[in-house]
Structures are given as structure tokens and as C-alpha cells.
Design a protein around this ligand. Structure first.
Ligand SMILES: [Zn+2]
Length: 278
């Protein structure tokens, strides 16, 4: 499933294609939405906003199209009149004079006004977005220290969109490694310096991945690996998807295990499980 950085880059692409443009037609596949198509004709696309793993396309008629891709949804941008070659089902088309923004396979699409937008169940539950400029190190730190999140294991906490929105599975591994913390530890077990390092890693890893298109290694390090012949995929992460490979800091083998139903990767030497040792 794409994580916050991927959704944000997708929003950038959609915005670049149809942002500010006048809508010629909106098409919905779901019968319950079809009758609402006409109210979008001649409206203008005001904003394209990623929220956690959802996408909001807002129009100057006061309505917002909410979509959540779940596992399968995919946006395509095409010149007007062109459709991608795909076996997927078209679920939503936002058509402007020059460009079409096409959403395939997504199962969750809603048309919301201002009131229903503020009560949308998924959006209502979201914590602050890791990519939003208003989300600061101090605000993440404060959240880590609340009763609600303090005693949650990092492995599950970092996947919880109600804690910080936009994190996901590869970011979870990368954040724990960057902060040199084992995912079984809880904010409660950490020193305040540890918690500050964790808050910083949450923002750094997510924002770097957004800027680089999915690379969580520092740019200089990734570039050096590429000049040594590493593929993009092999010069991407500290630990994620690197089971058995040497840790980039200490040479220890990276290990993989399952946590909260998803795979996670750690270096046991850089990320000792202090909780287990206590
Ligand atoms: Zn290591």
C-alpha cells in the first residue's frame, strides 16, 4: 500500500494536471454517485490535498471528492480523450480541457460537502500529517508523551494513522532504525532524548522519502551506492527489505520478523531491544 510520501507525490501530479482548471465532466462508476456528476460540470478544481492515505479533490462548487485507494486503487493522468491500457475498472474520471485525472480500482469514493467532510470517519480519526508543515518536532514529541500513545509498542504505534498520519510499513522500519530503537520498545520505556530522536526520525524519514520519491537513505549515501553500481532499489533504505544484508552502520546482518501482521526489519546491534533486557 502506498504510504504518505507516495500519496503526496500523486497529489502533486494530479494538481499539476488539473489544479485550477475548469471541469468539463466528472464521471463516476458507482451508481449512487452517478446522479451527482452534473453538479461538477463547469466547476473549477480548487485544491488537491493528500490526507494520510486518502486524496481530496476540492471544487469551487463547495464539494470535495474523497477517495481512498486501499490496496488496489491507482490514479492515471492522461491527455484529454486518452485512456491508459489497463485491465482495471475505471471508477472516477475528472476531465478538463487538456488533461484527464482517472482513478481506477478504488473502492472508496465519496462526494462530500463541507459538513460531511468534517465528519468523514477515516479523516476524523487521522492524527497530524507527517508531511504537513504545521506538524513540528515538538508536536510529535508531545503526542508520543500522551497517555493514549505512551504504552504502545513502536511497531504498532507507527502504523496507527491516528498517531501520525502518512506513516506505513517501510517508513516504520526506517524510522526505528534511524532513531536506533527496537520496535518492541514503547515511548514509555524511552528516555526523553530517545523520544526526541524518534520524533525527529518520524519527520525526517517521511519528508525525505517525499522529496526523493521513496529513498530514505541520506542523498549523499544513496548517490555513493549508485556510483558503486547499486540499483535504485538497493540504494534506497537503511534496513527495509534488506534481510540478511549487512547493516550500513555496523555490518551486522539485518533481520526480518513479523510485527502487527506486517514485515519489519531491524539491526539488532544498532537497535538493541532494551525492553527485553530489563
Ligand atoms: Zn547495525
Amino acid at each position: 500500500m502506498p504510504e504518505g510520501p507516495e500519496i503526496a507525490r500523486e497529489a502533486d501530479r494530479i494538481r499539476a494536471a488539473i489544479g485550477g482548471e475548469s471541469v468539463e465532466r466528472v464521471r463516476f462508476a458507482f451508481p449512487e454517485l452517478k446522479r451527482r456528476s452534473a453538479i461538477f460540470t463547469d466547476s473549477r478544481v480548487e485544491a488537491v490535498t493528500p490526507r494520510g492515505k486518502a486524496m481530496l479533490v476540492s471544487f469551487d462548487n463547495g464539494l470535495t471528492i474523497y477517495s481512498h485507494n486501499q490496496l488496489y486503487g491507482k490514479w492515471f493522468i492522461r491527455n484529454a480523450g486518452r485512456l491508459p491500457k489497463t485491465g482495471r475498472q475505471l471508477r472516477l474520471a475528472i476531465e478538463t480541457k487538456e488533461k484527464w485525472a482517472l482513478l481506477y480500482s478504488a473502492s472508496e469514493i465519496e462526494v462530500l460537502d463541507e459538513v460531511s467532510l468534517s465528519h468523514q470517519p477515516y479523516l476524523e480519526k487521522l492524527g497530524p500529517d507527517a508531511l504537513a508543515p504545521s506538524t513540528t518536532l515538538e508536536s510529535v514529541l508531545e503526542r508520543l508523551e500522551t497517555k493514549r500513545f505512551m504504552r504502545r509498542g513502536l511497531g504498532s504505534l507507527l502504523l496507527d494513522q491516528a498517531f501520525v498520519a502518512g506513516l506505513g510499513n517501510y517508513l516504520r522500519s526506517e524510522i526505528c532504525f534511524e532513531a536506533r530503537l527496537h520496535p518492541d520498545q514503547r515511548p514509555f520505556d524511552l528516555t526523553s532524548a530517545d523520544r526526541r530522536r524518534l520524533a525527529r526520525a518520524i519527520l525526517t524519514m517521511t519528508r525525505r522519502s517525499y522529496e526523493t520519491g521513496g529513498v530514505t537513505l541520506p542523498a549523499s549515501r544513496a548517490a555513493r551506492l549508485r556510483t558503486q553500481g547499486a540499483s535504485w532499489a538497493k540504494a534506497r533504505h537503511w534496513v527495509f527489505a534488506r534481510e540478511g544484508a549487512a547493516c550500513r552502520r555496523c555490518d551486522e546482518n539485518i533481520q526480518r520478523f513479523d510485527l502487527a501482521g506486517r514485515r519489519i526489519y531491524v539491526c539488532r546491534s544498532c537497535q538493541p531491544n532494551r525492553r527485553a533486557a530489563n
